[in-house]
Design a protein around this ligand. Sequence first.
Ligand SMILES: C[S@@+](CC[C@H](N)C(=O)[O-])C[C@H]1O[C@@H](n2cnc3c(N)ncnc32)[C@H](O)[C@@H]1O
Length: 277
Amino acid sequence: MLPPVEQDQTVAVLQSEYWSTVQSDLLAKRCCCMVLPDQPVTQITSVPYVVSMNAAYQLYVKKTGYNKLGAVWVDFCSSKLHYRQHAARIRQEALIKAIGVLESKATLRVLDCTAGLGVDGFLLASAGCQVNLLERSPIISALLENGLYRASQTVSLSHVMKRLSLQMIEAKNYLKKLIKQQEFDKYDVIYLDPMFSSQANTKSAVKKNMQYLRDLLPVLADIDLLALAYQIARYRVVVKRPRLSPLLNSDLIPTSQHIGKSNRFDIYSKKSLKKKN
Ligand SMILES: C[S@@+](CC[C@H](N)C(=O)[O-])C[C@H]1O[C@@H](n2cnc3c(N)ncnc32)[C@H](O)[C@@H]1O
């Protein structure tokens, strides 16, 4: 007999009039957490976070009780992202430069092993990359799935959304499978943006989305992720780090770096993207 699955004590699914009990039960099963009946989030004390559906059919996560922290959901239609997506501005993004979008004439196939709330993946797809997103957290991948679905219904974004796909999976397992099957031609660039401890960075520690991710997700050692990614990427692996933090794996030295105001992109290059066709 399999051992009983441990319930997640940090989050519960909150029923609401905007989704059916079948939907909320399914999500609770996926996230291994309990279901709470519809009630004001401020009155909940049994768990620190809830996931629920609002009137705009946005799946959101919200801190319970009385606090100033607003809800978080995935919003690819936000004016902030719309501004960053602009063709001329997106070329200036450190992420786009680090991935090598401007160096290659052909479409880049990118594997984003740490999808999170999907912002980086969305920017890469907006810049023309074909992006496969991997996310191991059932809660975060559910938020992302909901955001991807809503954005795919928006006509002006449909061309970008066609370039994005999502899988809920531990990236290390995904990469190990590719290595076992000798699939070394699937991705040009692999992108990693692992969680980091709160001491490592000051600026992003205050951002709401980051605060939610830190509280909801364990920081697991992801050192071997880089070595696995390096075996699979055809051209390069790019790792996002807080600007002043140590290398993800001190045994692997990046070939170059893009340093921004609060983040740094470490590039582990295998061959030049200029040769890609
Ligand atoms: C810092 S966030 C990424 C933020 C993302 N780049 C964005 O733009 O929203 C890290 C995310 O990667 C996920 N993650 C970390 N290591 C992972 C792994 N080995 N496999 C799959 N997902 C992973 C975490 O669950 C978390 O949601």
